[in-house]
Design a protein around this ligand. Sequence first.
Ligand code: 5GP
Ligand code: MN
Length: 334
Amino acid sequence: MKTQDIQAIQSLLATPKKVAIIPHRNPDGDAMGSTLALYHFLNKNNHEATVISPNEFPDFLAWLPGSEMVRVFETDKENCTQILQEADIVFTLDFNAFHRVGEMEKVLEVLDTTYIMIDHHQKPDDYAAYTYSDTTFGSTCEMVYNFISFLNQKDQIDKTIGTCIYTGILTDSGSFKFPNTTGDTHRIVAELIDLGVENTKIPNLLFDNSSYNRLQLLGRALQNLKVLPEHKTSYITLSQEELDRFNYVKGDTEGIVNYGLSIKGIQFTAIFIENKDEKIIKISFRSQGGFDVNEFAREHFNGGGHRNAAGGKSEVSMEETIAKFEKLVHNLTL
Ligand code: 5GP
Ligand code: MN
């Protein structure tokens, strides 16, 4: 981060401020972890901070400290709009363009406030007065740790803030195995553990709390897995009808996409999940090695993300979406 930006933010935060903190729509562990870490840090420093999530966050994150204080824009539009309009500062975390917040975009576009972006996605928009954007980081949580350090307030990081930061580092690094996991990542984690962060309990809270239905849905997804060995590619589909049959709740499909990469020799995978309410097929892409799924999602499926993990959407039927995907894959050399 630029020294002059750090100094400017330090003087901004020298007096108590009203602050809104926003994760992207359908927030994941990193989006919730980073916003809540910053929330606890700012409130500890006499600011009046509020986390506003564009829509509901999944249940498997509901144990995060402070999650009970998170406002949800889609179910509380008037109050959330008012908080945003009154905010001196609005932090946008773990996303890089207003369209990632869905409906809330309309409110953000016309706000008269100071935006600060902390994010690790490619090609950030330039709406923020201060932008801390760096795609070399595996998680926004790691950047929030740095951000607090830049402000010379690392000693403020306690077990609560550390728990939030640890959660995002863990989830966005695929439990420390994705390529952006560095020595610094592990050094930060070591410090967090020394602060009392429960590094063996948190994975349990995150990953070992499936419902029976979720596992049945996973079984169905694995049965639907299709492999295109000559293209080192695999993909999974889940129709709305299948989601309904297993009483799908938000969060149930989290992580399923990764199974497609666990097959020997597969370098590119995708999951296509039908959403009848939104009339879209939501897509997640994953790759290992050089293939850039961010570019692929951006170019063909109205999305984006990172080199090895990205998302997008399609507004045609599942059949047409799959036909388009297979055609594209046939022209790829992986
Ligand atoms: P996931 O597949 O887990 O939803 O997302 C993987 C990565 O891609 C995350 O960093 C997420 O923020 C990003 N991503 C997911 N969907 C979209 C999208 O529609 N547009 C953009 N720009 N990024 C996305
Ligand atoms: Mn992230």
